[in-house]
Design a protein around this ligand. Structure first.
Ligand SMILES: *[C@@H]1O[C@H](CO)[C@@H](O)[C@H](O)[C@H]1NC(C)=O
Ligand SMILES: *[C@@H]1O[C@H](CO)[C@@H](O)[C@H](O)[C@H]1NC(C)=O
Ligand SMILES: *[C@@H]1O[C@H](CO)[C@@H](O)[C@H](O)[C@H]1NC(C)=O
Length: 264
């Protein structure tokens, strides 16, 4: 009887080890495929000579067509060897399609030479949102950057294999047009602010959910679970009894839109 029990135990242990080993192999294969994608990007950037019209798409290894409307995941390689960030407004269709599953991060830091950069904490926040919400689209909006470099933006590279991460730039001249802040942007009120980076981010997060609808997250928010469980239209307190603006979910129509409008 006892030896039977220990045999069953051994079989269970063996099966467990086998399952763990298979999971490990699967993860390794995935990492390998991702590194192939990155190798491709690296070589393109390294060996570009007269490349102007070349695109990088993290989807090159899959054969499935993207869902309509077409989502631009590719970044145009410039003659400088940097990749151009597509303009948010040039790709607005991708935002309206199922707008309740948009996630926005805003990077309003002012970069020298317009080269987008992220620090490890920001990358971690963005990656956590993308991983725990694979069905959602994660937009990283750069205010004063127009390009990223494979060599000089090291913390951007780990985000490139995620098919649901979209790096975009925001044109401050046009983004506010037709919104309640149009006049404020036009007279350059933000330019005079002594906290230009913070205030730009504060206005832009409301403007983004007002225009497109979705969830804004600060770049120090780590997402552990799917956001699907949460209701629509919420604001969050950081625990001091006051409503904070580090996490905002407002929809582009109805009560969410009205609230965003009055806050703008
Ligand atoms: C922003 O938009 C204005 C007006 O359309 C345009 O003149 C300007 O070149 C744009 N800026 C960038 C960085 O594309
Ligand atoms: C605000 O500052 C930016 C950059 O310094 C400049 O391009 C823009 O023209 C300014 N806007 C106004 C309205 O002064
Ligand atoms: C910005 O500051 C300058 C100098 O202090 C001032 O003359 C100008 O009116 C201010 N502009 C706005 C839009 O507040």
């Amino acid at each position: 009887m006892n030896s039977n029990k220990s045999r069953i135990l051994i079989v269970i242990m063996l099966v467990t080890i086998l399952i763990l080993y298979m999971k490990y192999q699967k993860a390794q294969t995935k990492l390998f495929l991702q590194s192939l994608d990155l190798k491709y990007l690296y070589e393109r950037a390294m060996w570009h000579t007269e490349a102007v019209e070349e695109f990088y798409s993290p989807d090159i290894t899959t054969e499935t067509e993207p869902d309509p409307p077409y989502m631009q995941r590719s970044y145009k390689l410039q003659q400088t060897g940097n990749y151009q960030l597509p303009d948010l407004e040039d790709n607005e269709a991708e935002l309206y399609f199922q707008s309740h599953t948009n996630i926005f991060f805003i990077i309003s830091t002012i970069f020298q030479a317009g080269l987008a950069k992220l620090n490890p904490r920001q990358t971690c926040a963005i990656e956590s949102a993308a991983r725990s919400n694979p069905e959602w689209k994660v937009f990283v909006l750069f205010v004063s950057a127009t390009e990223f470099s494979f060599f000089n933006s090291p913390n951007i590279v780990p985000l490139l294999p995620y098919p649901n991460v979209f790096l975009r730039r925001v044109n401050m001249t046009t983004v506010g047009l037709g919104s309640p802040v149009e006049e404020m942007f036009e007279r350059g009120a933000l330019n005079n602010s002594s906290f230009i980076v913070e205030h730009t981010s504060d206005v832009l997060r409301l403007l983004t959910v007002y225009k497109y609808g979705g969830t804004y997250l600060d770049t120090d928010v780590v997402v552990m679970k799917s956001l699907d469980e949460l209701p629509l239209n919420y604001l969050v307190s950081e625990g001091d009894g006051f409503v904070a603006n580090g996490i905002i979910n407002l929809q582009a129509s109805g009560v969410g839109h009205t609230l965003a409008e009055s806050m703008l």
